[in-house]
Design a protein around this ligand. Structure first.
Ligand code: HEC
Ligand code: HEC
Length: 252
């Protein structure tokens, strides 16, 4: 189950639930509940399952085996053959432990207490990655282009879901980390992408200028320092670097 699946499955969940014919295929009796209470009503169970789907972005059929993947016909809800179902059961126990053991003993706990649910971590994603973690995986697996298209897809699909932090500083921290790891070109690609969505940011332009300077791309460095001065007239650091770059004969 790849994390890419999460991008489009949210809508399908809603549609599948809306279809009454599908709902009729959900069994009346449950034979393999290991964590949820045995006497749970069908209505309550469906509510819990719907919550799983909305929290993780996984469809009923992503966790339950059998059937054609569209309707519920032939789906074997009791079967444990699916890896996501087994992981979800483990998660169910984990969440219970967090709420009933760990948080219950929190000194001076808030009242009313804050309960942890699937969505507290998952926020509609099967793998609850932060934006910076997600982009780093895309970068390491597919390079700069893959990272940029991943960012655009997440922004377009999850902008309203609040699942990812698209604010300027969140993405800047990825650029900072890559620069510190000696990957200035990758860091610059991250800042370039971020600049597209935060065009007025002095910090981004300044970081880009420094990165280009560090890899000897004087033309780009000069352009970025000039942009800093447009956004922040009189900026001392940019003025000094521009003088040095132009005076040093590197600039053209
Ligand atoms: C993220 C994975 C996941 C998703 C998505 C999911 N389920 Fe489940 N489902 C489980 C797990 C785990 C159990 C077993 C819980 C337990 O052991 O107490 C379960 C149990 C069930 C059972 C009881 C089976 C039995 O006889 O023991 C039914 C029925 C069911 N799910 C229906 C659904 C429906 C309908 C949907 C879509 C709205 C859905 N599930 C979505 C993980 C999932
Ligand atoms: C405290 C945070 C947290 C909570 C709460 C949580 N999860 Fe998870 N979940 C994770 C993490 C982290 C992973 C990825 C683990 C890994 O493979 O490294 C994960 C993975 C999963 C996966 C596997 C997805 C995949 O593609 O590998 C499923 C399914 C899942 N969780 C379901 C649930 C369900 C259902 C609940 C609520 C009962 C829940 N989780 C609650 C953190 C959480």
């Amino acid at each position: 189950m790849g994390r890419w699946i999460g991008l489009c499955s949210g809508m399908t969940v809603i549609l599948a639930l809306g279809a009454g014919r599908s709902a009729a295929q959900i069994p009346q009796e449950f034979t393999n509940l290991q964590v949820l209470p045995d006497d749970i009503s069908r209505g309550e169970l469906v509510q819990v399952m719907r919550g799983f789907s909305l929290a993780t972005g996984l469809r009923c059929q992503d966790c339950h085996t059998g059937g054609d993947g569209q309707s519920f016909e032939g789906v074997d809800f009791a079967d444990d053959g699916d890896e996501d179902k087994r992981k979800a059961r483990y998660m169910l126990t984990m969440v219970r432990e967090i709420n009933e053991s760990f948080l219950a003993d929190l000194p001076d706990r808030d009242d009313p207490p804050v309960e942890i649910g699937c969505k507290s971590c998952h926020r509609g994603q099967p793998r609850p990655l932060l934006l910076t973690q997600d982009l780093r995986i895309a970068l390491d697996e597919g390079g700069v282009e893959a990272m940029a298209s991943r960012y655009r897809a997440l922004r377009e699909n999850f902008g309203m879901a609040g699942a990812f932090d698209f604010r300027e500083w969140e993405v800047n921290t990825l650029g900072e980390a890559l620069a510190a790891e000696g990957r200035p070109r990758h860091a610059a690609a991250v800042y370039e992408l971020n600049a597209e969505f935060h065009p007025e940011s002095v910090a981004i332009q300044g970081s880009l200028a420094q990165l280009y300077e560090s890899i000897g791309d004087t033309t780009r460095a000069v352009a970025r320092y000039e942009r800093v001065l447009e956004l922040a007239p009189g900026n001392a650091a940019a003025t000094a670097r521009l003088e040095a770059l132009r005076g040093g004969g590197g600039g053209r």
